[in-house]
Design a protein around this ligand. Structure first.
Ligand code: NAD
Length: 405
C-alpha cells in the first residue's frame, strides 16, 4: 500500500511540475510510534503514525483488527494527510491501530486494550499534537476509554484530544451520519455535472456496504428518488430492478437481519453487485474491492468511494483509461473528519455551536471542495478527479512546508 501511494505521488511530478525535493518531502512519515500492549499473557502490536503535521496536529482514526500492520497504518495516515489538506481544515494526517481480533474480545478486554493504548501513546497524543477518532471496530465507547485514561495520565481535562466521543464527554450529534451526509452532497454535485439530463428515477445506483456510511447514503439518495437497485453487507446483497424500498430495508437491517434475506428482492452475491449493469456504484464497505483482477468486469460508469481505498492502483488506472468517472475517497468521505473538526473546535473553545449552522457549514465545505477539485480537473484536461484532488491536497501541504522552511 505504501508503494501504491508513492507511485501515485510520482505521477504528480509530471502532472503538476513537482520537484524531486518536493516528492522527497512527501514520501516519508513524520513520526512512527510502535509499542507492544501487554495484556495478560498476550502482546498486541500497536502503532500511532503521524504522517505529516505541517498543516496542524495529526488527525486520523484508530483501528482494531487482526490484520493491522505498519504498512497499512502508514498508508492510512498518508491518505488522512491528503484528505485533511483537501478538506481545508487545520490538520496534518495520522492513523493508529492495534493488531488483535476485536470480534473475539469481550467488553472488558476491549476496555483494557483501549486503556493500554492510551497509556502507551499518551505522550504522542494531545489536542495540539495528534487527535485520534474511531475507525474500523472502534467507536464512541473506545474514544471514551482512551480519553479517560489519557486525562488520568496528563492530570487535566482535554476533550479535544480525541473526536467521535459520546455526547456527554464533548461529542457532537452531527457525527453519526456525517460521512454519508458529506458523500451525499458530493453525489449530488457529481450528478449535476455528469448526469444532469437524466431524471433521478432513471438513474440506477448500487451501494456496497450497508453500515454507517452506506446505509445513510442509500437512505438520502432514495429520499431524492434515485433508483437504488441493490445493496449489500458482508453476507451478500439484495437486488430489485424497479428499485428497493430503502426505508423498509433499513428497518429490516436495524432489526438484526442481513440484507440478502430480505423478501422483496433477489439475493445476489457481492461479486454480482459490483458487476451489475448500473449507472452509479457507491463503494461503502472495505478496502481493495475493485482490483486488477475484477476491474474489467465493472460496468458502472460512475463510482463514488465512500470507503477508504476501495479501488487499488491497477484497477484505478484501468478504469480511468476506460473513461469511468471515480469520485475519490479523500473527497467523498471527508464529511466525517470535517465534523470531527467541528467537535474539536467546540472542545477547544468551550463554545457550543448551533447545529443548523454546523450543518450548513458542512454542506458549504463539501460543495466548495468538489468545485475546487472539478475546476482543476477541467482546467488541466489530462487528469482524473483523483489526480486533481491529490494535486490540490499536495499543493497546500507543500505551501505550508515552504512557509515553515
Ligand atoms: P460499518 O462497519 O458501519 O459498515 C461496513 C459495512 O460493510 C457493513 O454493512 C458490512 O456488513 C459491510 N461489508 C463488510 N464486508 C463486506 C463485503 N465484502 N461486501 C459488502 N459489504 C461488506 O463501517 P462504516 O463506518 O460504514 O465504514 C465503511 C467504510 O467507510 C470503511 O472503509 C471506512 O473506513 C470508511 N469511512 C467511514 C467513515 C465513517 O465516519 N463511518 C469515515 C470515513 C471513511
Amino acid at each position: 500500500m505504501v508503494q501504491d501511494n508513492l507511485s501515485r505521488l510520482q505521477e504528480l511530478k509530471d502532472l503538476d511540475n513537482l520537484s524531486k525535493e518536493d516528492l522527497d518531502l512527501l514520501s516519508v512519515p513524520y513520526k512512527v510510534s510502535y509499542r507492544e500492549l501487554v495484556i495478560g499473557n498476550n502482546r498486541y502490536p500497536a502503532w500511532r503514525i503521524i504522517y505529516s503535521n505541517d498543516l496542524g496536529p495529526g488527525k486520523g482514526g484508530i483501528r482494531y483488527h487482526q490484520d493491522v500492520n505498519e504498512d497499512e497504518v502508514q498508508s492510512l495516515a498518508f491518505w488522512m494527510t491528503l484528505k485533511n489538506s483537501l478538506a481545508d481544515i487545520p490538520y496534518g494526517g495520522a492513523k493508529g491501530g492495534v493488531k488483535f481480533n476485536p470480534k473475539e474480545a469481550d467488553r472488558k478486554e476491549l476496555e483494557t486494550v483501549s486503556r493500554a493504548y492510551a497509556q502507551a501513546f499518551y505522550q504522542v497524543l494531545g489536542q495540539d499534537v495528534d487527535v485520534p477518532a474511531p475507525d474500523v471496530y472502534t467507536n464512541s465507547q473506545t474514544m471514551a476509554w482512551i480519553l479517560d485514561e489519557y486525562e488520568k495520565k496528563v492530570g487535566h481535562h482535554e476533550p479535544g484530544m480525541i473526536t467521535g466521543k459520546p455526547l456527554e464527554l464533548g461529542g457532537i450529534k452531527l457525527r453519526s451520519d456525517a460521512t454519508a451526509q458529506g458523500g451525499y452532497f458530493i453525489a449530488q454535485e457529481m450528478i449535476k455535472e455528469f448526469l444532469k439530463e437524466r431524471r433521478p428515477q432513471d438513474i440506477k445506483i448500487v451501494v456496497q456496504g450497508f453500515g454507517n456510511a452506506g446505509l445513510f447514503m442509500a437512505e438520502k439518495l432514495a429520499a431524492d428518488n434515485f433508483k437504488i437497485v441493490a445493496v449489500s453487507d458482508s453476507q451478500g446483497g439484495i437486488y430489485k430492478e424497479d428499485g428497493l424500498d430503502i426505508p423498509a430495508l433499513s428497518a429490516y437491517k436495524a432489526a438484526g437481519n442481513n440484507v440478502s434475506s430480505y423478501s422483496d428482492g433477489k439475493a445476489i452475491s457481492n461479486t454480482e453487485l459490483l458487476e451489475a449493469e448500473v449507472d452509479v456504484l457507491v463503494l461503502a464497505a472495505l478496502e481493495n474491492q475493485i482490483t486488477g483482477d475484477n476491474a474489467d468486469k465493472i460496468k458502472a460508469k460512475y463510482i463514488i468511494e465512500l470507503a477508504n481505498g476501495p479501488i487499488d492502483l491497477a484497477a484505478d488506472k484501468y478504469l480511468d483509461a476506460k473513461g469511468t468517472v471515480i469520485v475519490p475517497d479523500i473527497l467523498a468521505n471527508s464529511g466525517g473528519v470535517i465534523v470531527s473538526y467541528f467537535e474539536w473546535a467546540q472542545n477547544r473553545t468551550g463554545q457550543i455551536l448551533d447545529e443548523e449552522y454546523l450543518k450548513g457549514l458542512l454542506e458549504k465545505k463539501m460543495r466548495n471542495n468538489w468545485q475546487r477539485m472539478f475546476s482543476l480537473y477541467q482546467e488541466k484536461g489530462n487528469v482524473s478527479l483523483r489526480q486533481a484532488a491529490y494535486i490540490l491536497a499536495v499543493r497546500r501541504i507543500l505551501a505550508a512546508k515552504h512557509w515553515r522552511s
